[in-house]
Write a protein that binds this ligand. Structure first.
Ligand SMILES: Nc1ncnc2c1ncn2[C@@H]1O[C@H](COP(=O)(O)OP(=O)(O)OP(=O)(O)O)[C@@H](O)[C@H]1O
Length: 590
């Protein structure tokens, strides 16, 4: 197995920006509407100090102030309406962004290549859909628009200030430029710290996920502290980088806010001097100071927009990494053949011809030149030492793994000419570790057949000796399965019942290696015998009892078929089989 993939890949700023912009592209119309509304609100608000100047002037010269007051009311209302519209448009767009990102990740996980999905840390993958998606939302919606409106605010303020007094504007701009340099130096550092904090949160998710799955083992080892330490290390990193980001951002804000406050005071003094010199009216000075004070707002918005976009860049990189998981097949994959119905009774249901496959080209082949024929009925048991390639063979049949060379045929039709759904609808698969899906007993069963009736559910539960166990659960079929609701054997039988409900043409069963109680073992053998009478059953057999009754036994070794035959034939001819059987006998306690 390759190591779980992590997100700690070096950042390439240009690529990260391209990724971020590609996430923004689908929403550009709504974002533009939001930006326009924001600019309207900003421009309306920019008029307020100017109107204040007119009102003061009118008072000083004894003119009517009514027109100016009405205008001030109108610009205030326009500003409020613009802001309201902007919040609603961007709020909706933001939620849509999160939803779309999450839907894309859910699809990627469920439709992605199985080895690729399983090679990643599931907790980290989950954190990309849960924690990173909202950060991208903020950046895509509000971050970008904050930038645009803030820049409109800055330009507008400069224009209004320039109209009032060019000299005072020049001095203010020089001071603002110095402040902007300081802030520009600090904000990228804050962005880097935020990205590191997000990576640490992803790693924490991965740690916790693995820890919860292995909780019993961890406790039995008394390894709570050491395992907890690994999770705490990630949490600690998230805290450390979060604090560093916060301190840097606060420093930047303080420089911006404090600097502008000082500039305003200086401009007040300088402006008073200019008033005394007759270059400026008192009303114009009041308006200028109002603009200077308001100047902090767009500056802060630029800074916070920058910060939000930095977080969004990191989030978009992490989300894009998850979206690198290749899909099993494209959405528009059309079957080259319209039907998978058995063409002729004499064609085997499954055939592997010279199949060679690798999970990862770097790691070498796990099966080599595999030839295998599965007849339409009967039980084929795969046996072999650990690592022989038995599970990989099942993965090939189920198309979790694709052949590098050779061909797999279903009803004589190559897998290449069939969609994944056309192949998988013919199978039912019971994994060695029984898989319980989140939900109730019923949810677990109907996953195999959504329109199954209660009678059908009871029939399959009876077939695996689970009917009375389910009847004794508090809500019967509608009991939610959590943790200890069912024993290991019960879960195994539930998985088997689900497979039987599917009434498959091929039942694939990876027999548990663990000791299983009598009723589970009986259920497995009965299911194999009943299904094999009229369908194909392929098992990875771990019990002598299962192997001995198989119609055909395939002995695998190092990714190849070593021998094929019945129990009696192989016992007489194959040394590895003899050895495997004697080991099984010891394991079975026979
Ligand atoms: N997801 C995977 N990624 C990479 N290599 C894998 C993966 N699964 C299995 N392998 C490798 O493929 C080879 C065959 O493994 P496979 O699980 O098919 O053998 P097996 O006969 O089923 O063994 P066991 O009885 O122990 O399950 C082994 O070398 C194994 O390490």
């Amino acid at each position: 197995m390759s190591n779980p993939k992590t997100s700690a890949t070096p950042a390439n700023p240009e690529r990260t920006w391209r990724t971020f912009l590609s996430f923004m592209r689908p929403y550009r119309a709504m974002i533009s509407v939001g930006a326009v509304l924001g600019v309207i609100a900003t421009v309306a608000n920019l008029w307020f100090p100017r109107l204040t100047e007119y009102v003061i002037d009118a008072l000083a010269t004894g003119r009517s102030t009514t027109g100016y007051l009405v205008a001030a009311g109108i610009v205030t209302l326009v500003g409020l309406a613009g802001l309201l519209g902007q919040f609603i448009v961007l709020g909706r767009t933001g939620e849509t962004v999160v939803f779309d990102v999450r839907a894309a990740l859910v699809k990627r996980i469920l439709r992605g290549s199985v080895p690729e999905v399983l090679s990643r840390s599931s907790g980290d993958l989950v954190s990309r859909a849960t924690a990173d998606a909202p950060l991208l939302q903020l950046a895509v919606s509000t971050g970008f628009v904050s930038f645009v409106t803030a820049i409109a605010g800055v330009i507008g303020t400069i224009v209004f200030m320039g109209v009032i007094d060019g000299v005072m504007l020049g001095i203010t701009l020089a001071a603002v430029a110095v402040l902007a340099v300081f802030m520009g130096l600090l904000m990228p550092r804050a962005g880097r710290e935020r990205a590191l904090a997000q990576d640490a949160v992803g790693a924490l998710g991965g740690e916790l996920d693995g820890t919860i799955k292995a909780l019993r083992t961890i406790k039995s080892l008394g390894a709570e502290d050491s395992r907890g330490q690994a999770a705490l290390d990630s949490a600690h990193k998230a805290r450390k980088h979060g604090i560093a980001a916060m301190v840097t951002e606060t420093l930047a804000f303080e420089i911006g806010l404090g600097g502008m406050a000082i500039v305003t005071v200086v401009m007040l003094g300088f402006g008073a001097w200019r008033v005394s010199e007759g270059h400026l009216s008192i009303a114009a000075l009041v308006a200028f100071i109002m603009y200077a004070m308001n100047f902090t707002m767009p500056l802060m918005e630029v800074a916070s927009g920058f910060q939000t976009i930095q977080q969004g860049l990191a989030a978009s990189k992490r989300i894009a990494e998850a979206e690198e998981i290749p899909f099993e097949e494209s959405d528009d994959a059309a079957p080259a053949t319209s039907s998978t119905a058995p063409a002729r009774g004499d064609v085997p249901i499954l055939e592997l011809r010279g199949v060679t496959a690798a999970y990862n080209p770097r790691d070498g082949d796990v099966v080599t030149g595999l030839d295998l024929t599965i007849p339409r009925t009967g039980h084929v048991a795969l046996v072999g030492p650990s690592g022989a390639g038995k599970t990989s063979t099942m993965s090939l049949l189920l198309r979790f793994l694709a052949p590098r060379a050779g061909q797999i045929l279903l009803d004589g039709v190559s897998y290449d000419d069939l969609t994944f759904a056309q192949v998988r609808e013919r199978f039912a698969y019971v994994e060695q570790e029984p898989t319980v899906l989140p939900g109730t007993v019923r949810d677990n069963l109907v996953a195999a057949k959504p329109d199954a009736t209660d009678a059908e559910l009871h029939d399959v539960l009876a077939a695996v000796h689970l009917d009375s166990d389910v009847a004794s659960l508090p809500d019967g079929l509608d009991t939610t399965l959590i943790g200890a609701t069912m024993t290991g054997g019960g879960r195994q039988r539930l998985a088997l019942a689900r497979a039987l409900l599917r009434n498959p043409d091929v039942l694939l069963l990876d027999e548990p290696t663990s000791q299983i109680a009598g009723s589970t073992e009986d259920a497995i053998h009965e299911a194999i015998a009943a299904t094999a009478a009229h369908r194909a059953v392929v098992t990875i057999a771990h019990r002598e009892e299962t192997v001995r009754h198989a119609d055909t036994i395939v002995v695998m070794e190092a990714g190849r078929v070593r021998a094929t035959g019945t129990h009696a034939e192989l016992l007489a001819t194959d040394a590895l089989y003899q050895e495997l059987m004697s080991n099984l006998r010891i394991n079975d306690g026979a």
